[in-house]
Ligand binder design. Sequence first.
Ligand SMILES: *Cc1c(COP(=O)(O)O)cnc(C)c1O
Length: 388
Amino acid sequence: MTRIYLSPPHMSPDERLLLLDAFDSNWIAPLGPHVDAFEREMVTYLMDGQAAARTGGELHALALSSGTSALHLALIELGVGPGDRVLCSSLTFSASANVIRYVGAEPVFVDTALSSWNLDPVLVAEELETGAREGKRYKAVIAVDLYGDPADLEPIRADCQRYGAALIEDAAEAAGSSYRDRKCGTMGDLSVLSFNGNKILTTAGGGMLLSANERWIDHARKLSTQAREPAPHYQHQEIGYNYRLSNLLAAVGRGQLRWLDERIARKYRIRAFYEGALSGLPGVSFLPLPAFGRSNCWLTCIQVDPAAFGATREDIRLHLESLDIEARPVWKPMHMQPVFRECRVIGGAVSEDLFERGLCLPSGSSLTDADLDRVLHAVTDVIARHRG
Ligand SMILES: *Cc1c(COP(=O)(O)O)cnc(C)c1O
């Protein structure tokens, strides 16, 4: 039997044809027609059915080498630097927080709301208010759409506006998700997508920075190409980065985007399968579907109460691993990471508990029904073993 991965890439024939086209055109460079087309097509996808007026104008996109580089450039465009403080979800992948350190600023972590596993808007509002009162205003808030579930972005955005902080939407995991009637990746002053290897839309590695503010995107474009000034020789006035997306990879991304809605539909069926089969078990609950939007169901996650279930999430994970099935604990909160040991955290108990009990199940859109049965039997096996 072959290994079942958490969320492997899922290619259609389109990606291969577009990649060959890019290859044959000899645009083997971090720029080219596929990069431009990928940006355009992503904007069309994200803005589909949305009145530009509602999103505060048009949307502009910059294709980059990773979601991390997009987050880094977002902070640079906002002028975040040494001495500044940035609020960030604690329950996230490390890249959301690392970039705060790249620019020399101080991360302050915020716990999640149990109802969404995302940034708790009440704690955010309180902390922004406290910061303003103490004369230590926050420069930005990084809100993550965890596992494809949108954070409750509207109240967070309103409080950001009220206290003069910019909102960065880290929609790295949420390509194709929506918050109310708007797509994730359009909700921040600057927003970020990732196309890493295990994300729902992959280019092997890649990312995108999005904003209604064309000035920021234009300037980030310049920084991402070594900050070259318009001159025949190489002239530099600012420190630049080598952050652009390869034309070959953008071609793959265009193919992936054509199939994104189909992949999401399959992810919903996978989630529904797990929910139908497992939610009746004692002590098992699911990452709630968001009340204020539509998830892309990137990963189906469960919470396991060991007292009721009879085994821990780690018992389940190890048993699946012994059967060559990859499952993964929910993200370890940033405030528990040694590297961020000295950072402040607002709350923290909810995300600590989710880490302790949470498990991401194999959720690749290419999984067959037989694969899913294999996972299911492996999970129910654990109960039999621990009770027997
Ligand atoms: C994957 C991910 C990133 C980083 O994206 P890369 O493309 O891997 O650099 C950032 N934030 C979150 C929440 C992610 O899941």
